[in-house]
Structures are given as structure tokens and as C-alpha cells.
Design a protein. Structure first.
Length: 108
């Protein structure tokens, strides 16, 4: 038997979670407290022009934001990138993280 395939997230649910947790600092049109996240899926960390990223995120260059990296980061930003400036504890629920990632994929 092969490995269990992970079920894709629900972008509609992810949009609601994103609006509740992330829009305080993030948008898709301009930088705010956090960088604008339009097209973040598949991009390099710390790659948005005009945003002053922490050294912790700059050190992640070359690790594109894909399902696995986003899942780890959204679970615990402090654990994935110690010293980063994002004051967010993370999303503990794996299904919720998958839904947010599915939503981010639509925002390219």
C-alpha cells in the first residue's frame, strides 16, 4: 500500500479563516504590518519588494512557500523561523491550515 494522500484544503473555508486571523496584518493589494500576500504561494520567503523582512525570514530564501513549508510556518511561525517578527502564535488545527493554504493558492 502507498502512502496516504493528504486531502486538499477548502479555499472557501480558508478565506473565512484568513479574514478572521490574518487580515489584521496582511492584505493582497499592499503591504501593511505584514507583507502583501498576493502570489505568496510558490514564491520565495522574504521576496516582496518594498517590505522590510526580518533576518529570520531572509534566511529562508530558497525554500519556496509550498504546502509543506506553509503548513510548518502557519503551525508555528516562531518554531519554523526563530526570530521572525510575526507576532502570531500559529494555527494549531491542521485542517484549518490546509484550508488557509488552499485559499492562498487562489490568490496568485
Amino acid at each position: 500500500m502507498g502512502a496516504k494522500k493528504k486531502k486538499a484544503g477548502d479555499a472557501t473555508k480558508g478565506e473565512k479563516i484568513f479574514k478572521n486571523l490574518c487580515t489584521v496584518c496582511h492584505a493582497f493589494t499592499a503591504h501593511g504590518t505584514g507583507p502583501n500576500l498576493k502570489g505568496v504561494y510558490g514564491s520565495d520567503p522574504a521576496s516582496k519588494e518594498g517590505f522590510a523582512y526580518s533576518g529570520a525570514l531572509q534566511g529562508l530564501k530558497g525554500k519556496a512557500w509550498k504546502d509543506g513549508t506553509l503548513d510548518k510556518y502557519l503551525k508555528s511561525p516562531a518554531d519554523y523561523a526563530p526570530g521572525n517578527a510575526m507576532a502570531f502564535a500559529g494555527i494549531a488545527n491542521a485542517k484549518d491550515r490546509g484550508d488557509v493554504i488552499a485559499y492562498l493558492k487562489t490568490m496568485t
